[in-house]
Design a protein around this ligand. Structure first.
Ligand SMILES: Cc1cc2nc3c(=O)[nH]c(=O)nc-3n(C[C@H](O)[C@H](O)[C@H](O)COP(=O)(O)OP(=O)(O)OC[C@H]3O[C@@H](n4cnc5c(N)ncnc54)[C@H](O)[C@@H]3O)c2cc1C
Length: 386
């Protein structure tokens, strides 16, 4: 029997698998999709994430960051929020005495860099299709079509926002679908590699730029479902024209490489723990991607859970010990709920066309720009060092 069986080898699940197998636990990892190795000739993955410094440290400790530095990533020193073409609020790494605020990294490269570090004692079940999950007094088991029944003292669900394990365990969720979707577009830019990520707020939704290595960038366009559907159906040339009209002039000239739309949902599991099952990452919480916090919160789950499990393993304690898992749940559920609510407040205040709300947010941006200590604290929190 395994100590730990992880379902889902994406960014979060792979990081837990790597950490715990290195600590000497018998770990198994089930992943449904084959995972490719890094190819320097590959085009940039459409899915990218803003990785804060706390997550960077986690990936450094796991040996993945040095690979990403050799492969592809893009640091940013400035983060800007504004309305229309106004100046808005800018955070600069220099203000908090840092070399950078974060990096934009392709999701599949993070996954590949973690997988490239997997030790020989980690048992991989990939590709595999999960067909069942059961809990018993001393173990839990996951059945797969390809590898049969796999048993472990603790099962960790890291299988993303639609978590099959969460559903099989009948863990309820709270949340909703937002009235908007977003279109993510990889573009070639006329400007050389940039060190700024910005968001322009509009009543129909924000528009964001994330810098990528070389003369490339990732754009995120939030709008009503019907508008995003229309945009997603356009040819690359027609979409580029729409982008040039809708995005601020500072974007410069672009051409479109690839685009895809994503629904926006807020989903929070009512419990992160049920018997010998524990949820991490998007399986536990999906957050509005507006502030780029999703995988950073997932990595924070992974850090705490791994630390607690390593301690329990070293002391010969049951890995599904109730007190231990409740400590994980209460700490992470509180922080994740706080971030989700803060994002919603931010999102709603920036989507409102009501004159008093508009006035307050313009005032808010202006005051925040001038308020040294507040700005300093927000910068440190955003980069994950507070
Ligand atoms: C448009 C958009 C932009 C975003 N931008 C950012 C950002 O800038 N910064 C940030 O921090 N976050 C961002 N996020 C959120 C981020 O992408 C997610 O939080 C992150 O992908 C979650 O990682 P995960 O490993 O928990 O889940 P996932 O990335 O969903 O990985 C789940 C893994 O489990 C596997 N799997 C699924 N089901 C099964 C199963 N039944 N059996 C076996 N394996 C299974 C999948 O194949 C996958 O490998 C963004 C999200 C969106 C939609």
């Amino acid at each position: 029997m395994l100590d730990i069986l992880i379902v889902g080898g994406g960014m979060v699940g792979a990081s837990v698998a790597l950490k715990l197998s290195r600590a000497g636990l018998q770990v198994g990892l089930i992943e449904k999709q084959p995972v490719t190795v890094y190819d320097p000739q590959s085009t940039v993955d459409l899915r990218v994430s803003a990785i804060n410094r706390r997550s960077e440290q986690w990936l450094t400790d796991l040996g993945a960051w040095s690979l990403l530095q050799q492969w592809r990533l893009c640091p940013y020193k400035r983060l800007q929020a504004f309305e229309g073409e106004q100046a808005g609020l800018t955070f600069h790494a220099d203000e908090v005495a840092l070399t950078h605020l974060g990096h934009i990294v392709e999701n599949n490269l993070i996954q590949q860099a973690l997988w490239a570090n997997f030790p020989a004692n980690l048992q991989l079940f990939c590709p595999a299709t999960v067909t069942g999950f059961e809990q018993h007094a001393d173990y839990a088991s996951v059945t797969t079509a390809e590898f049969g029944e796999l048993k472990a003292k603790l099962v960790i669900a890291a299988d993303g926002g639609q978590s099959q394990l969460r559903q099989l365990a009948q863990i309820g969720v709270s949340g909703w679908q937002y009235q908007q979707s977003c279109l993510v577009v990889t573009v070639n830019t006329e400007y050389e590699q940039q060190d700024i990520t910005w968001q322009q707020f509009n009543e129909s939704g924000p528009r964001a730029f994330l810098p990528l290595p070389g003369k490339q960038g990732s754009l995120v366009w939030y709008d009503h479902h019907h508008k995003i559907k229309q945009l997603a159906a356009l040819s690359k040339t027609a979409l580029a024209e729409q982008i040039q009209q809708a995005f601020p002039a500072k974007l410069g000239k672009i051409t479109v490489e690839q685009a895809a739309s994503f629904p926006l949902a807020r989903v929070h599991a009512k419990d992160y723990v049920k018997g010998r099952l524990v949820l991490v990452g998007d399986a536990a919480h999906s957050i509005n991607p507006l502030a780029g916090q999703g995988v950073n919160l997932g990595f924070a789950d992974a850090m705490l859970l791994s630390e607690l499990l390593e301690q329990a393993f070293a002391q010969g304690q049951d890995l599904a010990d109730r007190t231990l898992l409740k400590q994980y749940q209460s700490t992470r559920q509180r922080e994740n709920a706080l971030m989700m609510s803060a994002m919603d407040l931010f999102y709603q205040s920036f989507s409102s066309s009501l004159p008093p709300v508009r006035f307050l947010r313009q005032l808010g941006l202006a005051v925040a720009e001038k308020a040294g200590p507040l700005k300093h604290w927000v910068s440190r929190y955003a980069v994950g060092i507070s």
